[in-house]
Ligand binder design. Structure first.
Ligand code: TYD
Length: 206
């Protein structure tokens, strides 16, 4: 089973993935955790290029292809073998990030993005995808509190992030069987329960 988590930077998805991973492990599921971009030696190198603030001049097509290149390696090296081995793959971002950020955010043609996504994933798609949705004001408040430095993507500005957010919501509406949109303003425990309700309804019994 393959489950991905999506949402804007700082939405709380990493906390929720960790909670879900603990729960699954306690039930003796064999869990593989990955984050995108990254997850293999080659993909981590590509991640450094993508997030480096020195690379301000990165062309948008270059950006699209690099995220996709990192993903192709991850699918072949990690995701496909894990799924073939009946492991549960939990992914902090996957192909929907490319549709949301490069497609809706950067404004690249959605048809072209879709074609490249299919090439990069070999058609391997998550069974379930959670979008943790948060208004931009709340994200900005959280960012001020944590005070972490912005990477190259995070320097993209508010209008970009608003487009990414709306993109995610449009994608969820178009494919309601796979996506679950979660209100990220709720308590961590409430969100954890909502995610578990959906996962426990879909995951094969052990
Ligand atoms: P990361 O530090 O992993 O962010 P987060 O903790 O929010 O997941 O950085 C990944 C950044 O790359 C994030 O800003 C989202 C962006 N991204 C894309 O633009 N396209 C993609 O296909 C992926 C996977 C990520």
């Amino acid at each position: 089973m393959f489950i991905s988590f999506e949402g804007l930077d700082g939405c709380g998805k990493t906390t929720q993935i960790n909670l879900l991973a603990e729960k699954l492990a306690s039930l003796a599921y064999d869990v593989v955790f990955i984050r995108e971009p990254g997850g293999t030696a080659i993909s981590e190198r590509i991640r450094e290029i993508l997030l480096d603030t020195k690379h301000e001049g990165m062309n948008q097509i270059t950006e699209l292809l690099l995220f996709s290149a990192a993903r192709a390696q991850l699918v072949n090296e990690v995701i496909k073998p894990a799924l073939a081995n009946s492991q549960v793959v939990l992914s902090d971002r996957y192909v929907d990030s490319t549709t949301a950020y490069q497609g809706y955010g950067r404004g690249l043609r959605l048809g072209a993005v879709k074609t490249i996504n299919t090439v990069a994933t070999l058609g391997v798609m998550p069974h379930l995808t959670f979008i943790i949705d948060l208004p931009l004001d709340e994200l900005a408040r959280r960012k001020m509190r944590t005070g972490t430095a912005a990477d190259r993507m995070e320097r993209s500005g508010r209008a970009f992030y608003e487009d990414v957010r709306q993109g995610y919501l449009a994608m969820a509406q178009a494919e309601p069987e796979r996506f679950t949109v979660i209100d990220g303003c709720q308590e961590v425990e409430t969100i954890r329960q909502q995610i578990w309700n959906t996962v426990s309804n879909h995951i094969p019994r052990r």
